[in-house]
Design a protein around this ligand. Structure first.
Ligand code: FES
Length: 146
């Protein structure tokens, strides 16, 4: 199994790793296949633009690289456009992932969706095309996992 140079770069040098103190939305998801966890923090301004995004992951190299790329892709986008950043788009931007690692890229997409859902709920808005995340882990449960 080999990783593309872009995957290696984003794994060795992840962009947007960390957290946001007062996020507009947070999403934490787990991957049932491997037990890895990812949390995404979004800072969304009054115009609905993702001003900042950070992630933390307890996951493999592919999970780190895909989160790094996914956060780069959603930064500066509107909420609607952020929703269109799919795991396929992230994989393409990374020049592909080995087939056994494609499931890892789902974590980033799901965590972003969960954070957008949290933002929408907090603000009483509906984001068209966004459905309730399946596997959002609640704050206290997630704390226990760490
Ligand atoms: Fe768990 Fe990659 S093996 S996210």
């Amino acid at each position: 199994m080999s990783y593309s140079e872009k995957v290696m770069d984003h794994f060795s040098n992840p962009r947007n790793m960390g957290e946001i103190a007062k996020p507009s939305g947070v999403g934490t998801v787990g991957n049932a296949q491997c037990g890895d966890i990812m949390r995404v923090y979004l800072d969304i301004n009054g115009d609905g633009i993702v001003e900042d995004v950070k992630f933390k992951t307890f996951g493999c190299a592919a999970a780190v690289a895909t989160s790094s790329m996914a956060t780069e892709l959603v930064k500066g986008k509107s909420v609607q456009d952020a929703l269109k950043v799919t795991n396929q788009a992230v994989c393409e931007a990374l020049d592909g992932l080995p087939p056994v690692k494609v499931h890892c890229s789902l974590l980033a997409e799901e965590a972003i969706h969960a954070a957008l859902w949290d933002y929408a709920e907090k603000n009483g808005i509906v984001i068209e095309g966004l459905s309730k995340p399946k596997s959002d882990i609640h704050e206290d449960e997630a704390e226990e996992e760490y």
